[in-house]
Design a protein around this ligand. Structure first.
Ligand SMILES: Cc1ncc(COP(=O)(O)O)c(C=O)c1O
Length: 388
């Protein structure tokens, strides 16, 4: 465990900053009561941490109403709230082949069960979606364009502002899946003309699992598709319409919110730019090293502009799983293999036939030494494979 080199930050960031563990522990011991349900001091103080975190996250996305920042379990949950709360029978949605199953599957369900039409726009050879191709798919009944901001397979960051402008011009709501990007690269809903952002707490926000949420811009409504306790106005027969209650159901994950609070504070102290710069320096080092190895196939663009610290590769002639098993078993390197819950990416790349890709996700605590060790390990595996 001591010697483990963790390069699976695309799945979840690990370890978290010490400040996250410490704050979650002290918060839960001191303030772990149900916020907003009662008027006693402790309850109010717990609520204050929740509200401050709402504000911090709304600020992160440049949203001006913290109440429109609603907490959910994770981004899968938030994306379900969006896809079921914004699309109705007869509507049309445009998405991309870069999406995670947390977008693809709710849309397949909407299509099969509720007669919602869906178009999937493919990415180009570098891993980017051409905004004009999205524009070409917009039709009279298009109600939603939903795009993965940063690919969890290829690492490419999509041109949101151009897509946002197209959506505004056509009066279509624009939602993004910021699971891999929130806390890593800037997201400005005003400048990028985004209507709804879905995020998860446990990846680049450096919080724990089981907490995420969405920000809904003023003027956009996401219908509530569930109902339950809100802690306020209990006599109302119907679930409350006002935000954040509209999209929050039952007792929330307060300790998770505290974790995001501490994660975001850490990011602010270090500087989001600085963290990204560090991770991209290591990503370039990894790309350069892997590129020199005979028999290694790298996917996506050569140039790492508009990119997060995620890279996919394979060793020629080997299934992704076997490479990952060797990296783990022989070198104590943890990375992810397979389809990474993004099957259409692999259908397009042809990697669905070889068990997907090996994905390396670099985080703030990785070092040059980790990357050099990983490059050396892949070189040895590729050499071994060639000699077989
Ligand atoms: C792009 C993308 N979207 C959505 C998700 C789902 O995140 P969660 O499992 O936290 O809901 C992931 C996680 O792997 C992801 O990478």
């Amino acid at each position: 465990m001591e010697d483990l080199i963790y390069l699976d930050n695309g799945a979840t960031s690990y370890p978290k900053p010490d400040e996250v563990y410490t704050f979650m522990d002290s918060f839960y011991r001191s303030f772990g009561v149900n916020p907003g349900r009662s008027g006693y001091d402790l309850c109010m103080e717990t609520g204050a941490v929740v509200d401050t975190t709402r504000k911090m996250l709304a600020d992160l996305f440049n949203g001006n109403d913290p109440n429109r920042l609603c907490f959910s379990y994770n981004s899968t949950d938030a994306l379900n709230l969006i896809i079921y709360g914004m699309l109705q029978p007869g509507d049309h949605a445009v998405t991309t082949t870069l999406e995670h199953n947390s977008v693809l599957r709710p849309l397949y369900h909407q299509n099969k069960l509720n007669n919602v039409e869906v178009d999937h726009v493919p990415f180009d050879t570098n891993g980017f979606v051409d905004p004009d191709k999205i524009k070409q798919k917009i039709q009279a009944n298009t109600r939603l364009v939903i795009v993965n901001h940063a690919s969890n397979v290829l690492g490419t960051v999509q041109p949101l502002e151009t897509i946002g402008r197209i959506c505004r011009e056509h009066d279509v709501a624009f939602a993004i899946d910021a699971s891999q990007s929130a806390g890593k690269v800037p997201i400005d809903i005003e400048q990028m003309l985004i209507d709804v952002v879905a995020f998860t707490g446990h990846k680049s926000l450096l919080g724990p699992t089981g907490i995420g949420g969405l920000y809904v811009r003023e003027g956009i409504e996401v219908r509530h598709t569930r109902a339950g306790g809100t802690g306020v106005r209990s006599a109302a027969r119907m679930h409350l319409d006002d935000y954040p209650y509209r999209l929050e159901y039952g007792t929330g994950n307060v300790v998770g919110i505290a974790g995001i609070h501490a994660g975001l504070k850490w990011i602010q102290q270090k500087g989001m730019d600085q963290i990204h710069h560090h991770e991209m320096k290591l990503t370039r080092m990894l790309r350069d090293g892997l590129r020199k190895i005979d028999g290694v196939l790298l996917y996506g663009q050569d140039d790492l502009a508009d990119h997060i610290a995620v890279l996919s590769f394979n060793v020629a002639g080997m299934e992704a799983l076997n490479t990952g098993t060797l990296l783990d078993g022989e070198y104590d390197i943890a990375c992810r293999t397979g389809l990474h819950c993004a099957p259409l990416v692999h259908e397009q790349l042809g990697t669905d036939k070889i068990g997907g890709t090996v994905r390396i996700g670099i985080g703030p605590f990785n070092t040059e030494e980790h990357i050099q060790t990983a490059i050396q390990a892949v070189a040895e595996i590729a050499d071994f494979q060639k000699k077989k």
